[in-house]
Design a protein around this ligand. Sequence first.
Ligand code: 13P
Length: 340
Amino acid sequence: MHLQELINTAKLLIADDKGLLAMDESNPTCNKRFAALKIPQTAEAHRAYREMIVTTPGLNECISGAILYDETVRQQLKDGTPFSKALADRGIIPGIKVDMGAKELAGHPGEKITEGLDGLRDRLNEYYLMGIRFAKWRAVITIGGGIPSSACIEANASALARYAALCQEADLVPVVEPEVLMDGDHTLEQCRAVTEDVLRTVFSHLYMQGVALEGMILKPNMVLPGLACPIQESIDKVADATVNCFLRAVPAAVPGIAFLSGGQSGELASARLNAMNVIFRSRLPWALGFSYARAIQQPALEIWHGEDANVTKAQKALLHRAKCNLAARRGEYSAAMEGK
Ligand code: 13P
């Protein structure tokens, strides 16, 4: 492990108010999103879509790193350039999703455990040789009647910490993603309590496994009411609840927090990140940024629709959302940017 290399990569990932673009949908997830728009669900369609994203002119002005999926890292642009090189050539650090998905947690109905630790050391070494410099692992926590259980939180935190330690051994920056889902009718306060518990447990396991906090990025959910909760708090209340939760649970040595969007609209994801930076930026120990998939990609995917003729228009929509989130990191985003 070369700690200074990890620290440098982590710093680059959060530098200049840029953020991460998650384009690492697994084949089942990508196919589901394509099917909803009647786009063919083939490896070539996945490739063409990812080429549209990566070749977006000016993307590197807002995006510091992009997270690929295993299928994509083995594919090339039409001109034969491998995706990881195409990103690096454009000044974007290539990353990769390395978990093998969330599966049912035995004995705990409704709860999940993320798999993928077996053989991970070899996969990480292979990815490093392909030019990959950071890696992501997503754990999923559901709020519901009597859940999450401590069994679920502990098992997922332990797996996240073991993955993060293996990443650092392989000189890859771990992007540690414990996601408390928005699904359900839970309140903002319930989400805050669960998120705080999850984060404390994750950091306890990271400490136990000897993970260097200076060489990692945290990718958490925002503290939000469930999608079906009748009380949907204001943007400022969400910003306040989220940042105060993180101030209690996330050590100051962590260089950056890059939120997932989790199914929020692109505009809300920008507005909430913006509010956090407007209200708190000067008082925070870590950078508050983004690592969005849907909140950056969705409008572009709808415009692209599997057609080469739509690439330029789709790239404009993608760049627009990336620019909105760069502005949100600076506390300079406003609804006016959306042309409304
Ligand atoms: P969303 O921003 O769509 O939640 O995706 C982020 C991500 O990488 C999920 O693992």
